[in-house]
Design a protein around this ligand. Structure first.
Ligand code: ASP
Length: 328
């Protein structure tokens, strides 16, 4: 029987760490795979290190490059591609790749919460489950997936929700798209409304992320144009609300750059048409803010950054944010 070919691209993080002098990413992609002999029964794997960093060091330019690499691996015959990295920014890597890639072949991002020096280290199990998902026909055409703790999550909804738990990854409000049982991927639901952004070059377009908080007047916002930011995502209170003083500042900024309105709650859609006070979502949308739909702050920031890199104008940016990842 010929086994499917899977490429593993390793970026670092706890999954590739050793514990001397504090846990640091030191193992190569090949070391990782060699540690899990069961993988050889599922796929013919070639592994290499793309980066070797804690995941907070990654930048969007790395992911644009990574997307190119994944495309060329699939072009060269890989049935699926696995990305391993630190869990801190997995939700962002996965969502950026989801936007940058338009592939039928499964692309899975995984990592580990417990490093190899701890009892119950989850890296080897996550790696094996990810290869099992990446080689499954049912995982095709789902967009990029995050696989940890035997669950598979769609990139567009998944978030890291706990600092230490191996069950840290959750998809609100939809739940995982499937799971791995007895070595097989089980697909339970298919995400709708995939979107992609084509980014011709790799020029930076910095987008700031600001979280509203009780009593803060948002004075930091005034500095953004001077600092070179090209866009802003606001994680507003509740359904999409800020204090009136902050709303005045956002209105001014929205005349200079796209300002996207997300919620700091981390789940649910931002409102469009419920509250009418100064600083409410109706007021802010009227002042030129663009509602983020189902996207949380970090994901809306990635989408806006990639749209700006693609050269999209305000009208097309609004049109893209108009379509949330749901069907009516
Ligand atoms: N600090 C690590 C990182 O994100 C944590 C992890 O690997 O899970 O790189």
């Amino acid at each position: 029987m010929t086994l499917p070919r899977v490429t593993v691209l390793s970026l670092g993080g706890t999954i590739s760490s050793t514990g001397e002098g504090g846990v640091k990413p030191t193992l190569s992609g090949a070391d990782l795979v060699a540690d899990v002999p069961e993988i050889a029964d599922v796929a013919k794997v070639s592994a290499r290190s793309f980066r070797q960093v804690p995941s907070g060091e990654l930048i969007l330019g790395d992911l644009v490059e990574l997307a190119r690499e994944i495309r060329s691996e699939v072009g060269a015959g890989a049935s699926g591609v696995l990305v391993t990295q630190g869990t801190d920014t997995i939700e962002e890597t996965a969502f950026a790749l989801d936007l940058l890639l338009d592939l039928a072949e499964p692309v899975v991002v995984t990592g580990a919460m417990r490093n190899p020096t701890l009892p119950g280290a989850d890296g080897p199990a996550n790696l094996l489950a990810s290869v099992q998902v990446a080689t499954s026909r049912s995982a095709r055409d789902l967009g990029v997936l995050v696989v940890l703790n035997d669950e598979a999550h769609a990139a567009r909804f998944v978030r890291k929700t706990h600092t230490q738990s191996p069950a840290t990854f959750r998809s609100e409000p939809s739940g995982p798209v499937g799971w791995v049982a007895e070595g097989l991927f089980r697909l339970a639901q298919r995400p709708v409304g995939r979107r992609t952004v084509s980014v011709p070059g790799n020029a930076d377009a910095p987008v700031a992320l600001y979280t509203a908080a009780l009593g803060d007047d948002g004075r930091v916002l005034d500095e953004l144009p001077r600092l070179g930011y090209r866009g802003l995502v606001v994680e507003a209170l509740g359904g999409g609300h800020v204090a009136e003083k902050v709303a005045d500042r956002l209105e001014k900024l929205a005349r200079e750059m796209p300002v996207v309105l997300a919620s700091r709650t981390g789940s649910g859609e931002v409102l469009r048409n419920t509250y009418g006070f100064a600083g409410s979502e109706i007021d802010l949308i009227g002042r030129g803010l663009i509602p983020a739909g189902t996207l949380d702050g970090p994901k809306a920031r990635l989408l806006l950054s990639l749209l700006l890199r693609s050269g999209a104008d305000r009208k097309s940016i609004c049109a893209v944010f108009e379509k949330p990842y749901v069907e009516e």
